[in-house]
Design a binder for this molecule. Sequence first.
Ligand code: NAP
Length: 287
Amino acid sequence: MSDQPTVLITAATGNVGPHAAAELLARGARVRALVLPDDPNAGRLPAGVEVFHGDLGDPDSVDAALDGADGVFLMWPFFTLDTTTAPAVVAKITSVPRRVALVSSVGVHIGLEPVDNNCHAYLESLLEPTGAEWTFLRTTGFFANAVGFAGQVRGGDVVRFPYGAATRTSVHERDLAAVGAEALVTGGLGGRALLVSGPEELSQARQVEIIGEVLGRPIGWVDVEHDDARRAMVDTGWPPSYADGALDYFAALTKEPEVGSDVVAEVTGRPAATFREWVHERVDAFR
Ligand SMILES: NC(=O)c1ccc[n+]([C@@H]2O[C@H](COP(=O)([O-])OP(=O)(O)OC[C@H]3O[C@@H](n4cnc5c(N)ncnc54)[C@H](OP(=O)(O)O)[C@@H]3O)[C@@H](O)[C@H]2O)c1
């Protein structure tokens, strides 16, 4: 691996991708981003990133972006298990020796996401037997998921959502990106499945309280009933089995907090960001 590896980021313009680009650039990598041709968010990528148009649903469209890439920061944007394109894309990525950092999920770590019903577990199973120097980033939820509360916060003083007592160890997207960048540029993390979490256990209701503290006005929480929440999730396009999985997981997290780790600090040498720090960075979304 050269001192200045070329790394391709897939699903590059979402919550994690721009951070991944910045963290890779900061470590001296040349960075490519696979971006849908009509993606309105391409401008979120930092300067210096080379954009390649392609669609992960069309494996051949990824060829140009992969040609000459030493590593892949692999994010899979689809919910459903895809036994056609996912193997084809993984085969292309692993057709030559490369480092691959896959954004996977805590659900795989704790056995909640079975290989036959989940894209993260399935992608891990595809990469594992290959010769790639893979690292699985089994992440907890993102702080950015709290943007889902922003409309209610802007419009009032209460958030209605299921399972306010569900306690997670969510992580700043930038910290997840930094762990992936270390795996891809610095190396030494090949063959490792890392549980990537934030530094603290926070219930969803407490997250909302912290948003209120940063805004300077109290924001309350009202629990939405399980069945009503499920209906709303399915109506917005969640596959029913995923809605059930997520809600059952949240119900379990009201009894026992999500697992966590010190991986961010251990791998990056800097403390993992707190949720309050993230809210300060993103406060405009809640105003
Ligand atoms: N959120 C969580 O708590 C959580 C937890 C565990 C794991 N993850 C995983 O984290 C990864 C990254 O999540 P994220 O929040 O950064 O994603 P995101 O914000 O939803 O962004 C998805 C990205 O993928 C792009 N995309 C969509 N369809 C595509 C296609 N056919 N070909 C190429 N690109 C496509 C989107 O482009 P457009 O903007 O143009 O649609 C966007 O850039 C995902 O793999 C997710 O499964 C998330």
